[in-house]
Design a protein around this ligand. Structure first.
Ligand code: B3K
Ligand code: ZN
Length: 858
């Protein structure tokens, strides 16, 4: 395996000022002709040698400045074409053949449901033609696409269409993109698609055509994406002063896609799951995801495209920043408090484990083998938290000045994370030196806090420490902003100084720091409000303090975190055999009753507060990990809570029923809470649960209700579950995204026997190893279902499936392979069995999968 290192970065010897591409699509073989205008890079050491990336290209001809190159005048091996003796400027013309029909890795040019499309980030363009496939080479693209007229009436690429023509049965369209871009932003589509068209007038009065494309049968599922796009365009003008810059903005929905979506200049390509939405087929969570991904890709037009990354180590420069932008957008469109808790929940339950396990890496990694493996939660979500801290350190106004400076100064350039922080530093006058460690230091910092009351002084002592991560044993103290308040017995914030300040932000810089407050009474600290830094906060809260926070704190995160602490404490006692589920439920009941009583204020927030931590999260607190013990503790507490509060669950299940469909945040929150209540009711084995679920399943107003009911029936093995599964599959067999949910519901049933159903699902006629969404719906769900996954049968099935996927699509295999990352935590019997199987897969794995498995196997 080849390791690429940040410290080895060298600018390219030659730049490519313009690219003329001609893509001639024919059944079986596509011929790509490219004309590159090369110019020696004034910023690089003088050299007359240049290498171009190219993977699996069959050379028809190569010509330099009009002269055909004979074999021997160039070298093409190991994915590299090397040319020597180049003049100051030159034109390279290459003609190559590729086979998109055989491309199951879904990078470069490939086919999805009869259409041709591309995915070039990070390194897909080299599968299309010879090119310096690196983000710091920015070129003007002019692209001609040719194909059969009848079967591919639509021919798209980046920018604006400038010419078109016909040749018998075939036709062609030429597209010009006026903005220089790295080749990872190149895109092309040839297909027969339906279009939803609208328009947007920018702040400065320019009209932009908005075109969303999907298969004809999905035309009725594009309205939500269109509305989201227009909201995002307006928001970016108002919040960041950023306008759209081309005359056309296109989004194409494709069924075969490795990730969520791709921000190609002017021509986004989306996984159908992130753009199609209709209340009958899409859950509320699905609607919210579409809104945020459409916005995310749109925001990349500035944070990523106009200003791009110098090299892939800087990936978080565009991803962390853009995730922060999409999170703030969603907060503005919906309930900000709920949005923040959802984002923190995701970070804490998914990115933290990554940062604490064998895959831990800095937000700006120092090295990688396969860059595709570094599109991680650390780059995206932790990266977003690092930008968020800068936003709060500077304040909204200065932050905006800093981003204005960033966009203006670096427009049209490929830059680094340091360039971004430099702008923050310059505008604010703050010294961000120590802060930059967040980019280079991996691992989740642990912040232990102790308190002391002495006379009229309350003091808090903070100790920070980051545990070692692979390859990085010594950790330095970080800058940690801690927003806090101190609550009195009634839950009111007390004055923290003689000015009457009731909330403050402490900026920690040292390993240990103590702060004193002139507070004479007993208080409950409300710490890390808004989740002001991505750290694990340890504080030995008493149960009554947690109850105070949960009942009175005005900060959504602190309330949620208090609930989580209460649940974890109860669950931990059950796992270690120190408690009884009924007693724990009785202790929790009064606090939860209060939450339920206040549910009318914000049903979505109540649902979040009433949701138990997952089995995975509980397991991470116990070493060695015994997934069956975790599972049993979890089931016990859920059942006991189901019983202790059954009157409440019953009334929520029945009284939150709506009579007509609404898709606003309030209605969505009510549905979320009702589905949860029904789930608890069933967990408590209430006799009405099955009836309510079946009624809801048979007459749903929308997919959230239908799927929620199905999930309760299936997960609690209620009478009617089998029939419901059958009816659901019959009803939705033509809707791939709905069928993904059908697969996923079954693969996520907690308990060992689920492995058998998963084995059957993999044999189901509708299962398709070549569709990432379908593979994820089964294997992803199994991976998040520890009691089924961590069995001999589970390991055997998982590793066999991993090898099958790897042979078709290494990127997806590597992603799924991450599910093995808890290997080293397992109790020894399971660990031994799983290790042997993983080793077997690793021996034959692709470089992508092997990088992941080798790190996990250690
Ligand atoms: N930038 C794309 C990433 C696609 C990379 C695939 N290996 C998605 C996004 O973050 O917007
Ligand atoms: Zn992105």
């Amino acid at each position: 395996a080849v390791t690429t290192r940040l410290s080895d970065y060298q600018p390219p010897a030659y730049l490519v000022d313009s690219v003329n591409l001609d893509v001639d699509i024919r059944d079986g073989v596509t011929t790509v002709t490219s004309e590159l205008a090369l110019r020696r890079n004034p910023e690089a050491a003088v050299s007359d040698t240049m290498s171009f990336n190219g993977e699996g290209l069959v050379i028809r001809s190569l010509a330099l400045d009009g002269k055909v190159l004979e074999e021997g005048e160039y070298r093409y091996e190991n994915g590299e074409l090397r040319l020597s003796g180049l003049p100051e400027q030159a034109t390279l013309i290459s003609v190559v053949d590729i086979e998109p029909e055989k491309n199951t890795a879904l990078e470069g040019l490939y086919m999805s449901n009869g259409m041709y499309c591309t995915q070039c980030e990070a390194q897909g363009f080299r599968h299309i033609t010879f090119f310096p496939d690196r983000p710091d080479v920015l070129s003007r693209f002019c692209t001609t696409v040719r194909a059969d007229k009848k079967r591919y009436p639509l021919l798209l690429s980046n920018g604006n269409p400038v010419e078109q023509g016909e040749e018998g049965e075939r036709h062609w369209v030429t597209w010009e993109d006026p903005f220089p871009k790295p080749c990872y932003l190149f895109a092309l589509v040839a297909g027969n698609l339906a279009c939803l068209e609208d328009r947007f007038v920018t702040a400065s009065g320019r009209e932009v055509a908005l075109r969303l494309y999907a298969e004809h049968r999905d035309l009725d599922k594009l309205d939500h994406a269109m509305a989201s796009l227009k909201h995002a365009m307006r928001w970016d003008e108002q919040t960041y002063g950023r306008e759209y810059d081309l005359d056309i903005y296109m989004i194409v929905a494709v069924s075969h896609f490795n990730m969520g979506a791709m921000e190609n200049k002017g021509l986004n390509i989306f996984n159908t799951s992130c753009v199609l939405a209709h209340p009958a087929t899409t859950t509320d969570a699905g609607f919210q995801r579409v809104e945020s991904v459409v916005a995310h890709e749109y925001f990349h037009n500035w944070s990523g495209n106009r200003v791009t990354c110098r090299d892939w180590f800087q990936l978080s420069l565009k991803e962390g920043f853009t995730v922060f932008r999409d999170q703030m957008f969603s907060a503005d469109m919906n309930s900000a408090a709920v949005q923040r808790v959802n984002d923190v929940d995701f970070l804490v339950n998914h990115q933290f484990p990554e940062d604490q396990g064998p895959m831990a890496h800095p937000v700006r990694p120092a090295e990688y083998q396969k860059i595709d493996n570094f599109y991680t939660l650390t780059i995206y979500e932790k990266g977003a938290e690092i930008v968020r801290m800068q936003y709060h350190l500077l304040g909204a106004e200065s932050f905006r000045k800093a981003t204005d400076l960033y966009f203006d100064r670096f427009d049209g350039q490929a830059v680094t994370c340091d360039d971004f922080v430099d702008c923050m530093e310059e505008v604010s006058g703050m010294d961000m030196g120590q802060f930059r460690r967040w980019y280079s230091q991996a691992g989740t910092p642990i912040l232990s806090v102790t308190s002391e009351q002495s006379g009229d002084t309350y003091s808090l002592t903070f100790r920070q420490q980051t545990p070692p991560t692979p390859g990085q044993s010594d950790k330095q103290p970080l800058v940690i902003p801690v927003r806090l308040a101190l609550l009195d017995k009634a839950g009111e914030p007390v004055a923290l100084d003689d000015t009457g300040l009731r909330e403050t932000v402490l900026i920690l810089r040292e390993q240990e720091q103590t702060f004193q407050f002139p507070v004479g009474q007993t208080v409950t600290p409300s710490l890390l409000r808004g989740f002001s830094a991505p750290v694990v906060l340890e504080f030995d809260y008493r149960a009554d303090q947690l109850a105070t926070l949960l009942a009175h704190d005005t900060d959504g995160y602190c309330r949620w975190s208090a609930a989580q602490r209460l649940y974890f404490a109860a669950l931990d006692r059950l796992v270690t055999g120190h408690g009884k589920a009924e007693d724990e439920a009785l202790k929790l009941a009064p606090v939860l009753e209060q939450v339920i009583e206040r549910a009318g204020e914000d049903a979505a927030q109540a649902a979040l507060l009433l949701t138990l931590p997952t089995e995975v999260a509980l397991g991470d607190r116990h070493t060695p990990l015994d997934p069956s013990a975790i599972h049993s503790a979890h089931q016990q507490l859920k059942r006991a809570l189901g019983r202790a509060l059954q009157a409440q669950w019953l009334s929520l299940s029945e009284n939150l029923l709506a009579t007509e469909l609404q898709m606003d945040g309030v209605a969505m929150g009510r549905r979320q809470l009702r589905n949860l209540a029904l789930d608890y009711l069933a967990a408590g084995e209430h006799k009405e649960a099955a009836r309510i679920a079946v009624e809801l399943f048979e007459l749903p107003l929308c997919m959230t209700e239908e799927l929620g009911a199905l999930r309760v029936l299936v997960h609690h093995r209620l009478p009617g579950a089998e029939l419901a599964l059958k009816q659901f599959a019959e009803k939705w067999k033509e809707e791939a995204l709905v069928m993904d949910q059908w697969f996923s519901v079954q693969a996520s049933v907690p308990g060992e026997t689920t492995v058998e159903s998963v084995a059957a699902l993999l044999e189901h006629p509708a299962f398709d190893w070549k569709v990432p969404n379908r593979v994820r719906s089964v294997l992803g769900a199994l991976a998040g279902n520890p009691s089924a996954f961590n069995t001999d049968e589970g390991y055997a099935l998982f590793t066999r499936a991993l090898a099958t996927v790897d042979a078709l699509n290494p990127q997806i295999a590597a992603r799924i392979g991450n599910a093995a990352a808890r290997l080293h935590k397992l109790e020894s019997g399971r660990q031994r069995a799983f290790r042997t199987l993983l080793q077997g897969v690793n021996d034959k794995a692709s470089p992508n999968l092997s990088e992941v498995l080798s790190r996990i196997l250690g």
